[in-house]
Write a protein that binds this ligand. Structure first.
Ligand SMILES: Cc1ncc(COP(=O)(O)O)c(C=O)c1O
Length: 293
């Protein structure tokens, strides 16, 4: 269950948590016409909130909205400021933040020209996404039967597209794994149900190129961190066979942060424990999140 806070930002106003409701004829509920973001805020040593890559997330939200032809009456800065304000009003620093743009109730059917575009920002406390010992011990994943399409649409976080991730996650949990790995429609490695994936083999780091994956903001940050350490990340096509033969693997994502993977469908990755490159990258990444570097 989500831990309730005091206020939610809805269409330009801070309303009480219990009052942030929508009508049953909300278009998004019927046709998946919503776009959203997932953002994390961290509490720094000095007690400040550090909303990681806030502007980048809101820019991606606007990009996704554009893909669905939704025109917001707010600017990127308006939503950035509202997010900062929301955390202050709720007196919270470490939390998960969910901005959402959706078509509200109005005309039904598939013509959306006159549908109202509504916007909300919700924040709540959210701990480790893939289990308390996931960072230390790593997780076990399975290849799921659902495929990621190679299309421009994967660049947008569209509510309606997420049924693939929901089914993948269920498949993994039902089969005793922590998370699912999706291949693309050509059988190459794509991403997790809500994470991008990185592979280390003989000291070289690779990640699937854009096309069938969400261009993760965490993915971009990790590539940047490694680059600043003089390590190049090769963005390319990766086969499942190669992935299983990797020395180390890890997932990245706002929810999952940086989570090591130690097994795919019973095959141990490297020695089956969290590897050194993963550990080192993770340490730097978490320092940056908490503004300790
Ligand atoms: C399908 C999918 N891939 C990757 C990611 C990771 O993206 P980010 O690092 O921007 O959170 C997410 C999470 O938003 C996702 O849902």
């Amino acid at each position: 269950m989500v831990t309730k806070l005091k206020k939610i930002w809805l269409d330009g106003e801070f309303v009480n948590w219990e009052d942030a409701n929508v009508h049953i004829l909300t278009h998004a509920l019927h046709y998946g016409t919503s776009v959203f973001e997932g953002i994390r805020s961290y509490e720094t040593k000095s007690g400040e909130a550090h909303i990681f890559k806030l502007k980048e997330h809101i820019e991606r939200l606007f990009y996704s909205a554009k893909v669905l032809n939704m025109n917001l009456k707010y600017s990127v800065n308006d939503i950035v400021n509202a997010t900062v304000e929301l955390l202050k009003i709720n007196n919270i620093k470490a939390c998960y933040i969910r901005p959402i743009v959706f078509l509200g109730d109005g005309p039904m059917g598939l013509t959306t020209t006159d549908s109202p575009v509504r916007v909300s920002i919700i924040a709540w406390p959210w701990g480790t996404y893939l289990g308390d010992d996931a960072f230390e011990k790593g997780i076990k994943i399975t290849v799921c039967p659902y495929r990621r399409q190679i299309t421009e649409l994967t660049k947008a976080k569209i509510g309606g597209s997420y049924y693939v991730s929901v089914l993948s996650k269920k498949y993994a949990l039902d089969n005793g794994y922590d998370e699912a790995l999706m291949l693309d429609t050509e059988g190459n490695v794509a991403e997790g149900s809500g994470e991008n994936i990185f592979m280390i083999k003989d000291g070289k780091i690779s990640t699937p190129k854009l096309g069938a994956i969400l261009p993760g903001i965490t993915r971009a940050s990790v590539i940047e961190i490694l680059k600043s350490q003089g390590i190049n990340v090769d963005e390319r096509m990766i086969s499942l066979e190669e992935l299983k033969n990797a020395d180390e693997l890890f997932f990245t994502g706002t929810a999952a942060e940086l989570t090591p993977i130690v097994e795919i469908d019973g095959t141990k990755i490297g020695t089956g424990i969290v590897g050194e490159v993963t550990k080192k990258t993770s340490e730097t990444f978490f320092k940056i999140l908490k503004k300790e570097e």
